[in-house]
Write a protein of this length. Structure first.
Length: 222
């Protein structure tokens, strides 16, 4: 895992990183090792420049399942491990997203950056839909399963980037076709569970609740 992590940080060694990580993905009997390899690969796959990796990851997962868990569909495995996958991916999107292509018109810069950030979120979610074999024409179904994990990670792990969190929540609500209040109400049970099991400070939880009240304009004022 140390080798894979080091290779991921060096652009010139991408082919070696991919080779090691795909091999790990296909041959890991241990679920935790498999998950770590997968997270490294997903960190790359959600960048559109590396779209060619998505099919390779999907096939590697299918091969691994056929070898070590023949009765388990990739979608079922995702649902069992979605907490870890979505937490990793959410933090990656919020903290490591960078805008590399700047528009020529200065007046439209912020709007363009916001649009591209929202597009990067939607792209990342579609990558997961493809890799774990969810129906491609029904992202709402995937979002119904993954949404609470994403929302709670945004609220508990990403408050240092509140503007990005708000844009991410807006994007999720749009994809779910629900109002912000519904989005928050659906995520409240998991938010409380995470607060208890992760032994988070009262301040972290209070910050999350304050943001919920702000985001819903007082609609959810718990």
């Amino acid at each position: 895992m140390q080798v894979i992590g080091d290779l991921q940080k060096l652009p010139k060694t991408f082919d070696n990183f991919k080779l090691h990580a795909i091999f790990c993905l296909t041959n890991s009997q241990n679920d935790n090792l498999f998950l770590m390899c997968l997270n490294h690969l997903l960190n790359v796959a959600i960048v559109s420049d590396y779209a060619f990796v998505v099919a390779e990851i999907k096939h590697a997962i299918e091969d691994r399942m056929e070898k070590y868990a023949p009765n388990l569909h990739p979608r079922q495995w995702f649902l069992r491990k979605k907490k870890y996958i979505m937490e990793n991916l959410t933090k990656r999107i919020i903290f490591e997203y960078s805008e590399r292509t700047k528009p020529l018109e200065r007046g439209s810069f912020l709007e363009t950056v916001d649009e591209r950030f929202e597009q990067s979120i939607e792209y990342s979610l579609n990558v997961l839909v493809e890799i774990f074999d969810f129906p491609k024409d029904d992202i709402e179904s995937f979002m119904g399963d993954a949404c609470p994990e994403i929302v709670t990670s945004l609220l508990l792990d990403c408050m240092a980037e509140k503007e990005k969190v708000q844009m991410a929540l807006d994007t999720i609500a749009r994809l779910r076709r629900v109002q912000p209040e519904i989005l928050m109400e659906e995520s409240l049970p998991l938010l409380l569970v995470k607060h208890l099991f992760k032994d988070l400070s009262i301040q972290v939880m209070q910050n999350a609740l304050n943001f919920i009240s702000f985001y819903t304009k007082g609609g959810c004022n718990w």
